[in-house]
Design a protein around this ligand. Structure first.
Ligand SMILES: [Zn+2]
Length: 177
């Protein structure tokens, strides 16, 4: 169990992170992009990952950061890393982050993100999107398995093919070393 001072330190860290992102968002507010999906308004700004390097080096892998606090009338903001996420995929990253901010549930976010991408992207681009997403979790088999539980049968098939191509092995036979 974490002791009190560790918890307090973490809270200070989270508060500083939110303030940092909030300020960055404010600076870019005039470049805000608005989009829509399934009754949701998507609003985000695009930044370079170098701008948030001091926050956390793992963030760059994910392609976006979002912050949210104060459930009622609180402040939220989504920042997408343009050097990490190709332009044609930013909408789906925005859907993920928006659903996550609204529901607080990462798996609902995965579900809606893949649903929209599967519906809207060409076959070729959708496969590329699956590659882009799975590469983020190449070293986390548990996450790859969980994603499969939240997507359609068609998406699951595309993900399976991409997994094979990327060499992501979900299950090893017991006799394998
Ligand atoms: Zn998420």
């Amino acid at each position: 169990m974490e002791n009190k001072s560790t918890v307090e330190n973490n809270l200070v860290e989270i508060k500083e992170k939110i303030e940092f992102l909030e300020n960055l968002y404010k600076l870019r507010k005039n470049e805000e992009i608005t989009d829509f999906n399934d009754g949701l308004i998507l609003r985000y700004v695009e930044i370079d990952s170098s701008e948030i390097r001091e926050l956390n080096e793992n963030i760059a892998l994910k392609g976006a950061v979002s912050y949210a606090y104060g459930l009622m009338g609180g402040k939220t903001g989504i920042l997408i890393l343009r050097d990490v996420v190709p332009k044609k995929f930013r909408r789906y990253v925005a859907i993920h982050e928006t659903v996550e901010v609204v529901t607080g549930n990462h798996w609902y976010a995965v579900q809606d993100e893949f649903k929209a991408a599967e519906k809207e992207l060409s076959k070729e681009n959708f496969k590329e999107y699956c590659e882009f997403r799975l590469k983020m979790h190449k070293n986390n088999i548990k996450t790859v398995k969980e994603i499969r539980g939240w997507v359609s049968a068609r998406t699951k098939r595309v993900l399976s093919n991409v997994q094979k191509e990327l060499g992501i092995v979900l299950r090893k036979r017991p006799d394998q070393p």
